[in-house]
Design a protein around this ligand. Structure first.
Ligand SMILES: Cc1ncc(COP(=O)(O)O)c(C=O)c1O
Length: 395
């Protein structure tokens, strides 16, 4: 009998992380596996006050249907922030409010990708993007990333053979590897794509969470006509709000608005109004400074623990911001096998496998440092170090 399900959905694997984390629900397990912001830093009281104010002062408006593009005042606020923080000149009309930046990925897949079209993804890359684009049945072209950004030889060799429709990247504090593209690397990537029709999708949920080093220019500065920029309040206010945005030029915006309308009419308008009220009544920079300080210390604790406890053969990235650090184990040591052992020692992480489109049993893994306190980080990294040393010793 034929399946009742579409090929589109049948071919997309379940979220590997969700499956694997079922094993890690035990409260005694220290988990570096999640991708969650630190809940202790959520502005609960401030959002409560903002919600009360919106409902008291303009409840009837805030509860009504609204425009597909999103609240004009919120779009204006976002445009002004781009100008103030990055010197980017963005018209509020070029901003579409989305239900998290995750929806932005789906809408871009829907509007740009036909079955069989090429999509460049980073290797390793954000698995939520791999999953979102997979529904549109593209051919993925993975290009490796390293400490300095994208592997330019890898990019050139894909471009020599293919004409990809999309290039998806997370140039600031990448999920999963924590790396960032240098300014020179961004320029070289933009140069390689010059004159091509490939749309560069710059996903930037972590850019404001820098605790070290200098801010780097957005791809929008180098290729304003052929890039799309995604942003989100998830990591700087709270993810449950599900409010993100896409910055795109008129032609792409036109199509995105149609796709958005068909998907959900508009993003939760009450939520948009609450966020805007919060932004009016509070100092977001001050709030972000708290997050940066906390994540910076948590990252320090993790790096110190790795240096003390991990076998010398282990390599690790040194993120300047964001929430993740990436480990490369000695060749031949499967992170999935390490995971099974680590769970028994009550510590969890995400094995690298789901972050690759065509590699299995890899020797890499992702550690999250934002949702675990420093003391617990020290304990958990110590446990993981023992597991690794033991496995290497026993070959
Ligand atoms: C690179 C990247 N893009 C997008 C998202 C989704 O974010 P949002 O909550 O805005 O949908 C995440 C979430 O972890 C992410 O890491």
């Amino acid at each position: 009998m034929n399946s009742i399900f579409s090929d589109r959905i049948s071919d997309v694997p379940r979220s590997f992380i969700r499956e694997i984390l079922k094993v890690a629900v035990d409260e005694s397990i220290i988990s570096f596996a999640g991708g969650l912001p630190n809940r202790d830093l959520f502005p609960v009281r401030e959002l409560q006050a903002a919600a009360n104010k919106v409902l008291e002062e303009s409840g009837k408006d805030a509860l009504q249907y609204s425009s597909t593009e999103g609240d004009p005042a919120l779009r204006k606020w976002i445009a002004e922030r781009y100008r103030a923080k990055q010197g980017l000149d963005i018209d509020p009309n070029s901003i579409l409010i989305t239900t998290g930046s995750q929806q932005g990925l789906d809408l871009l897949g829907k509007t740009i990708v036909n079955e069989g079209d090429g999509v460049i993804v980073e290797e390793p890359g954000y698995l939520g993007a791999i999953q979102a684009f997979s529904l549109y049945k593209p051919v993925f072209h993975p290009v490796p990333v390293g400490e300095d950004g994208l592997d330019l030889n890898g990019l050139h060799s894909v471009l020599a053979k293919h004409a990809p429709k999309l290039f998806y990247c997370v140039p600031n504090f990448q999920n999963p590897a924590g790396i960032s593209y240098s300014k020179e690397n961004r320029e070289a990537v933009a140069q390689a794509l010059k004159g091509r029709k490939t749309v560069l999708v710059e996903d930037d949920p972590y850019g404001e969470l820098r605790f070290l080093g200098q801010q780097k220019p957005s791809f929008r500065q180098f290729m304003p006509d052929t890039s799309v920029l995604l942003g989100s309040f998830s990591k700087i206010i709270a993810p449950s709000l599900r409010i993100g945005w896409i910055v795109a030029n008129d032609a792409v915006m036109d199509k995105l608005v149609i796709a958005k309308q068909a998907a959900d009419l508009h993003t939760n308008y009450l939520g948009q109004r609450i966020v805007l009220q919060y932004l009016k009544d509070n100092d977001l920079d001050k709030h972000i400074a708290l997050i940066r300080k906390a994540y910076g210390s948590q990252r320090e604790a993790m790096v110190a623990g790795i240096r003390e406890h991990f076998p010398v053969e282990t390599r690790y990235t040194l993120p300047e911001g964001g929430m993740f650090l990436w480990i490369t184990l000695p060749e031949g040591l499967s992170a999935l096998t390490v995971f099974e052992r680590a769970i028994r020692q009550k510590v969890a992480f995400v094995p690298g496998d789901p972050f690759y489109v065509n590699r299995k049993n890899v020797n890499t893994l992702r550690l999250n440092f934002s949702s675990v306190d420093e003391e617990t980080i020290r304990t958990g990294i110590g446990r993981l170090g023992e597991v690794l040393k033991d496995m290497i010793r026993k070959g």
